[in-house]
Write a protein that binds this ligand. Structure first.
Ligand SMILES: [Zn+2]
Length: 383
């Protein structure tokens, strides 16, 4: 009789390499532990790479908000609400309700959240992740995801639903392992990311979240060993997490310039980077001068973007990028109104940005960076 093997791939949002070493977790289940290079950007950049093996410039995902012709913006109706102060518009209940409204009325199937983008700027913006990146057709560049490969393999496969919380996803995976039929499984978890954004990566609450994660994985492994002859586990992340020690009010300083948003320029303030498109030379000069004087970060050169594989041919994500130094956060940004103790999205070369690859098997395809994970998941389907 054929040997029964389970290939279990566990995605853990923000399981950084520095954190894995600091908390010393998962050495028993996954003795092979190594650093995995992350990408410039956020989960929006990294996750499509994990799912397809393609780099950002190939799959076309980078960040949620981009410049848009106001005639075509899905948010053009918001021009009637531009009088609403940012503080009121930032209220999360209003945001969540509006996000649900847009999601439904525009037929978005992807992760959609308005975050703290001021209502008055929305008519000049578009949202990039309209389709569910885990479903066929969800990747902007048209690449198939690993799940399409798994489906074609004819093996029994399963993927958690990212909309459900970790508790539901663990419980579902346990039930499947008990049945002993699933051969390829992808478990989605985001609890570590949430705990570290909320309390910081070195907080007692983060430590508790890491220990709980370890215990959950250990019990899944023990259960799987009861039902399978061989259990291959790989745990990996999209990026790490950096402790935030300083806030930057650069957005306020930029908006105090004698320039008009939508007329002279358009900007998107992610939590750790700002991206700009210019309509006038004056706007380009004034904003560039402001950024050059600001000492909390640096303008990202075109060469650096190309080196990070984030050079998008049509400059869709911005003509000029400004990136904060690790540990500094824009407050306010379009993603957060107030201080957050843990954040990612800094230079991918910074030690706290690095992701992890933890496994209990030697892979034919070495994993050194996010682009490499796909090949291991593909090989599992051919096993
Ligand atoms: Zn996060």
């Amino acid at each position: 009789m054929k040997k029964k093997t389970l290939h279990l791939f566990i995605f853990a949002d923000a399981l950084g390499w520095e954190l894995v070493q600091h908390y010393g977790i998962l050495k028993k289940v996954t003795p092979q532990q190594k650093k995995c290079e992350t990408l410039f950007g956020y989960s929006a950049t990294c996750d499509p790479t994990i799912l397809t093996g393609a780099s950002p410039r190939e799959h076309g995902h980078f960040s949620f908000f981009v410049k848009c012709d106001p005639k075509r913006s899905p948010f053009k109706l918001m021009r009637f609400f531009k009088w609403i102060p940012d503080r009121i518009g930032g209220y999360h209940k209003i945001r969540n309700r509006l996000s649900r409204y847009f999601s439904k009325s525009k037929g978005y199937t992807g992760y959609f959240q308005l975050y703290s983008v001021p209502f008055r700027f929305l008519p000049w913006l578009d949202y990039t992740e309209k389709q569910d990146i885990y479903e066929p057709g969800g990747i902007i560049g048209g690449q198939p995801t690993i799940f399409e490969t798994w489906k074609q393999s004819g093996k029994v496969w399963h993927r958690s639903n990212w909309r459900n919380g970790d508790a539901a996803n663990y419980a579902e995976m346990e039930a499947l392992i008990r049945k002993g039929e699933v051969e390829l499984a992808y478990l989605f978890t985001a609890g570590l990311d949430a705990a570290m954004h909320r309390y910081g990566p070195w907080s007692p609450q983060a430590k508790a979240a890491f220990l709980e994660f370890e215990q959950k994985v250990e019990s899944l492994e023990a259960l799987a060993k009861e039902h399978y002859d061989e259990v291959r586990i790989a745990i990996f992340s999209d990026h790490g997490m950096t402790e935030v020690t300083q806030n930057s009010d650069l957005r306020r300083r930029c908006e105090a310039l004698p320039l008009k948003y939508g007329v002279d320029y358009i900007a998107v303030w992610d939590s750790t980077m700002a991206r700009f498109w210019f309509s006038t030379d004056v706007a380009r000069e004034q904003i560039t001068a402001l950024l050059q004087q600001a000492n909390e970060g640096a303008i990202v050169s075109d060469e650096q973007l190309a080196d990070w594989r984030c050079d998008f041919a049509d400059q869709r994500y911005g003509e000029l990028f400004y990136l904060l130094k690790p540990g500094i956060l824009f407050v306010p940004s379009f993603l957060n109104m107030s201080h957050v103790p843990g954040m990612h999205g800094y230079s991918p070369d910074d030690k706290d940005s690095a992701a992890s690859w933890l496994a209990n098997f030697e892979s034919k395809h070495p994993v050194n960076r996010l682009e490499d994970i796909y090949a291991v998941m593909q090989a599992a389907a051919l096993d």
